[in-house]
Design a protein around this ligand. Structure first.
Ligand SMILES: NC(=O)c1ccc[n+]([C@@H]2O[C@H](COP(=O)([O-])OP(=O)(O)OC[C@H]3O[C@@H](n4cnc5c(N)ncnc54)[C@H](OP(=O)(O)O)[C@@H]3O)[C@@H](O)[C@H]2O)c1
Length: 145
């Protein structure tokens, strides 16, 4: 992330409040990128700003990704405030440690709603915004589940 290529760009990171998403958000901000972090625990995302050593900044937006209307609202807010972005990292996800044969339907649905459906809606909304900017070169990363 030392390349000047990334400097001044804007990134959306889902699940930026902990784990991999928080680390990625920090790395990007340290490379001079403006980061928009989505998660439910916004206070954890906001606190990441205290650890930034580079020139980027992290903006937090409270979003429960298992609720489609929350996702749509979040991307509307992003477009209004930032117009567009060049990097989308779909990281939010959960793991249920059961074998499928032992998994209650409610767990399977919760997993599907967040890991598959929410990721797909984020992708669709992200693509819609990024593609509305002519000639924008963009990057999408989806964390493996
Ligand atoms: N760590 C691993 O070894 C590993 C291995 C394979 C794949 N992965 C994948 O990598 C990704 C990150 O893993 P991790 O270990 O860093 O997970 P983590 O520490 O549990 O973090 C998950 C992130 O997703 C967010 N999230 C969960 N449910 C959400 C919801 N309903 N709405 C909005 N945000 C939600 C959490 O934020 P809030 O709780 O604040 O909302 C949190 O920021 C996941 O997709 C995971 O499946 C991880």
């Amino acid at each position: 992330m030392t390349s000047k290529y990334w400097y001044g760009k804007t990134a959306v990171v889902t699940g930026a409040s902990s784990g991999i998403g928080a680390s990625v958000a920090l790395k990007l901000a340290n490379a001079g990128i403006t980061v928009i972090g989505l998660a439910r625990r916004v206070e954890l995302i906001e606190e990441l700003n205290n650890q930034i050593t580079g020139e980027g900044k992290i903006h937090a937006y409270c979003c429960d990704l298992s609720d489609e209307s929350n996702i749509l609202e979040a991307f509307r807010w992003i477009q209004e405030k930032f117009t567009t972005f060049q990097i989308l990292i779909c990281n939010a996800g959960m793991v249920k440690a059961n074998f499928l044969s032992e998994s209650p339907s409610a767990d399977v649905k919760q997993l599907y709603d967040l890991n598959i459906f929410a990721t797909t809606i984020c992708l669709r909304e992200g693509l819609r915004i990024m593609r509305s900017t002519p000639n924008l070169k963009y990057h999408i990363i989806i964390m493996n589940r």
